[in-house]
Design a protein around this ligand. Structure first.
Ligand SMILES: *Cc1c(COP(=O)(O)O)cnc(C)c1O
Length: 385
């Protein structure tokens, strides 16, 4: 079975990991800070905080921005559940905004309409809006940023799919139009640390707060100690934090992978161009483009166009699986999950429902061989004959 995504590991990655295994520190050493510095530099952000998953990064990002039980967070329902779950960890209320059918990303038009509607009806405005860069293509960050100034919300970019992507000349992660950006390094994503994630920001206070929350809420630095005590063994817990630390082993893999990130993006874009060329006449809606953006192409999701074919998604999916193509569906809308139904999520998201009903993600990863991609292309074409 050709999977829809998988990691690329080379000898340098292995050597980097082995070097850590032979060293004194498996955690809390020097490699994590080195990885953070390299990633911050790559993205042109001031700070990067490495953690054990993107889910953890989202959690400490929301908490650092003060999200609590009184607050509401808005995101897209076409995302992995973790985007919303991390807000529930903070006790906050989750609501969704419908998507733009061209990209699958949160719709700026719908976002604006929902903000105006709430304002008129005296409802709660969101404390945080979380644009998810679906498949690796950036949301319309400048417009969302403008709305954030008008309506006073914070922005966390869930860029779990988008490390290495570009928005209007800036690397995703620069946080030019957001407070915090989060990456995932799960093996199926663009680059990997096994499990792992990162939060980037340009705000010193947020960096401080997230660093603390990552490790039990404990501080050691003299400037952060609040009650005067003596002794160089001193540490103080000043917040309720977690153990969300990344290991040195993971950071060594990440640092080594970062050397190839641009290569990964280039290859993924080349593979995507092959699909686009070959599928141009099929009754499929292909991933949308946006001027000034480079998608990281974590996913290559196509949609059956109901205007041009009456074949069902289930039929298409089962057919591809039967032909050894490990397709997947991204994503089942979060608001339809039993847990979210139980907690009483209301609202209609017709674009998201339509997107979900027709979408399938085809194989796209660095090591996908020409022969394998041709098998995918030919098999897809045969479905419509
Ligand atoms: C994968 C993913 C996450 C969670 O990432 P982990 O590193 O597995 O915790 C969050 N949001 C989105 C959109 C994702 O795709």
């Amino acid at each position: 079975m050709i999977p829809y995504g998988r990691q690329n590991i080379n000898e340098e990655d292995i050597a980097a990991v082995v070097a850590v295994l032979r060293s004194d520190f498996l955690t809390q050493g020097f490699v994590v800070p080195e990885f953070e510095k390299a990633m911050a530099k790559y993205c042109n952000a001031s700070y990067a905080i490495a953690v054990n998953s993107a889910t953890s990064a989202l959690h400490i990002a929301y908490q650092a921005l003060g999200l609590s039980v009184k607050d509401e967070i808005w995101t897209s329902t076409i995302t992995f559940v973790a985007t919303a779950n991390a807000a529930l960890y903070c006790g906050a209320t989750v609501d969704f905004v419908d998507i733009d059918l061209n990209t699958g990303n949160i719709s700026v038009v719908e976002l604006k309409a929902k903000l105006i509607d709430r304002e008129i009806n005296g409802g709660r405005l969101p404390k945080i809006v979380v644009p998810v860069h679906l498949g690796g293509l950036s949301c319309q960050m400048e417009q969302i940023y403008q709305l954030s100034i008008e309506y006073g919300f914070k922005i966390v970019e869930d860029a779990s799919h988008a490390v290495g992507g570009v928005y209007h000349g800036n690397k995703i992660g620069s946080c030019k139009f957001s407070d915090i950006t989060v990456f995932s390094f799960h093996p199926v994503k663009v680059m990997t640390t096994g499990e792992g994630g990162m939060a980037l920001t340009n705000d010193y206070e947020l960096e401080n707060k997230m660093t603390r929350l990552r490790s039990h809420g404990i501080v050691r630095d003299k400037s952060e100690i609040i009650k005067k005590q003596s002794g160089s063994w001193l540490y103080q817990q000043i917040d309720l934090g977690y153990n969300y630390r990344m290991t040195e082993i993971q950071a060594a893999l990440g640092l080594s992978q970062l050397n190839r990130l641009d290569l990964f993006i280039k290859k993924r874009n080349n593979l995507a161009q092959n699909y686009e060329r070959e599928f141009s006449t099929l009754p499929l809606i292909l991933p949308g483009h946006q001027p000034g953006c480079v998608s990281a192409f974590h996913l290559y999701s196509v949609r059956l166009d109901p205007q041009r074919t009456n074949r069902s998604r289930k039929e298409f999916f089962d057919y591809l699986r039967r032909n050894d193509i490990g397709v997947q569906v991204h994503y089942i809308p979060v608001h339809t999950q039993p847990y979210y139904q139980d907690i009483g999520i209301k609202g209609e998201f017709p674009n998201a429902n339509s997107y979900y009903s027709n979408t399938i993600s085809l194989p796209l990863y660095f090591d996908l061989k020409k022969k394998e991609q041709n098998h995918v292309i030919e098999t897809v074409k045969e479905f419509f004959i």
